[in-house]
Ligand binder design. Structure first.
Ligand code: SF4
Ligand code: SF4
Length: 433
């Protein structure tokens, strides 16, 4: 159950403006320790130690890469506590007490323009590795692997499509940090000697398109960076759909964009690359949204990474019901349902959705085929579901569930209210056995 902090009768609506609230850093931050891809944690600090703002205080070891841990405040290490991770499971976090001085790590000195210009591709790769940059569009995939896999790059796409309903954080980022995103793109452009860079934005967001074009015309004329207009459908942000709209290239199932000379990164990842390279700073804050009809006043925030959801809840006026609320981290289509509100804003959390219970009762499949017609990867979800129900592993494998991108559309369109995507997830596990 979600904790009941405050109940408000007024029915809330989705965000109606682009106003963003900058939150003060909280009294305590909770830094993510182990991750599924990097489960072994090595801490360089212990309880009672002083840490600087942006100090590297540990590292998570994965099978083929490491992901460092940075403190997002200056203060004192208090110890390890369990909270709810963005996947909904309990996880360990390092608790740091904020001394409210933001005393910067002495190592975090900006590079000069000359130093940046002299960086080689290998230098940039080392920086990306040292700062453990990951895909900030939700994947958390290590950026270094993507960069190293991309040998010949003809097109760089920066994904600002953000096609799931309720999500705003990349839009807010593009409106407030266009220059840092473009500077990140220019670093990539130089190391790959790639002329064509496109920032992909939905055409319906005219304010963002106009703003990016103004910044490009004023300071980056003839840079090769342009704005590509994306369509208004879901899942336009899925990289295969994005590449098709931006470049008219069809990425075949099982292939990755780099096989077509395309490097595709989220706009927030581009900005984090700029900050790591130019400022020697890790990600310490993110734009995030608390949204849905379960909170009184949904808002966009700039929040310090490591802040607890419950510290922000009063700013959105509390909950709209005492019980029956549902909560997920991420969007309504691909987000993870969480069992309680003890959630931490980690670097991968851009949206917390709190809604009243809108669950539709399930009825038997009527074989309408809507799920088949909707699937962007051309699967037959109804057949996969039936194969899972009968535990027919050979049939499951033959239906290729591993191509599923878990967009959630088969559940969304199901006439009978069946959570079809859950069956596809089970099929993926069966297919790997
Ligand atoms: S979630 Fe459903 S609709 Fe989406 S890719 Fe997977 S099978 Fe297709
Ligand atoms: S959309 Fe639902 S009811 Fe229709 S075929 Fe697919 S699973 Fe069956």
């Amino acid at each position: 159950m979600i904790a009941k902090i405050k109940t408000i009768d007024k029915v809330p609506h989705l965000l109606s403006s682009r106003e963003t609230v900058t939150l003060d850093a909280p009294a305590f931050v909770y830094l993510t320790l182990e991750l599924p891809r990097a489960p072994k944690v090595e801490l360089f600090v212990k309880e009672g130690d002083h840490v600087y703002f942006c100090q590297k205080i540990g590292v998570r070891h994965g099978s083929s890469f490491d992901l460092p841990i940075f403190s997002t405040v200056s203060g004192q290490v208090l110890g390890i506590e369990k909270h709810t991770s963005s996947s909904g499971k309990p996880a360990n976090f390092l608790k740091v007490q904020n001394d409210f001085k933001d005393e910067l790590d002495p190592e975090a000195k900006p590079r000069t323009a000359e130093e940046i210009a002299a960086l080689t591709k290998e230098d940039v790769f080392n920086i990306v590795n040292d700062f453990g940059l990951t895909g900030l569009g939700g994947s958390g995939f290590p950026t270094i692997i993507k960069l190293k896999s991309s040998e010949k790059v003809d097109h760089i796409l920066l994904n600002g499509v953000e096609c799931e309903p309720y999500l705003n954080s990349d839009q807010t980022l593009m409106l407030n940090h266009a220059k840092e995103i473009i500077e990140g793109a220019l670093i990539l452009q130089k190391i790959y000697d790639c002329k064509d860079v496109r920032i992909c934005v939905k055409g319906i967001h005219q304010d963002i398109v106009d703003h990016l074009n103004e910044v490009l015309a004023a300071d980056y004329k003839d840079s090769g960076v342009t704005v590509a207009l994306m369509k208004n459908f879901y899942p336009q942000g899925w990289e295969v759909a994005e590449i098709k709209t931006a470049l008219n290239i069809e990425v075949a199932s099982g292939k990755l964009p780099f096989a077509y000379g395309v490097l595709n990164l989220n706009v927030a990842t581009a900005m984090s690359l700029y900050r790591a390279v130019a400022l020697r700073l890790p990600m310490v804050e993110r734009y995030a949204t608390i949204n849905g009809d379960g909170v009184a006043a949904p808002k966009d925030f700039l929040v310090r990474i490591g802040t607890l959801f419950t510290d922000v809840l009063p700013v959105v006026g509390g909950y709209t019901a005492e019980e029956g609320l549902r909560m997920s981290v991420g969007g309504p289509m691909m987000g993870s349902t969480v069992p309680n509100d003890d959630v931490v804003f980690s670097d991968l959390v851009t949206n917390v959705l709190v809604t009243k219970d809108h669950t539709v009762a399930e009825s038997p499949c009527i074989r309408c085929g809507s799920c088949v017609l909707s699937c962007p990867t051309h699967l037959e979800p109804v057949l996969i579901m039936e194969a899972v129900k009968s535990n027919d592993r050979d049939r499951v494998k033959a239906l290729k569930p591993l191509s599923c991108v878990e967009c959630g559309l088969c559940t969304y369109v199901c006439t009978s209210g069946i959570r079809v995507t859950d069956y596809i997830r089970r099929a993926k596990i069966l297919a790997k056995l």
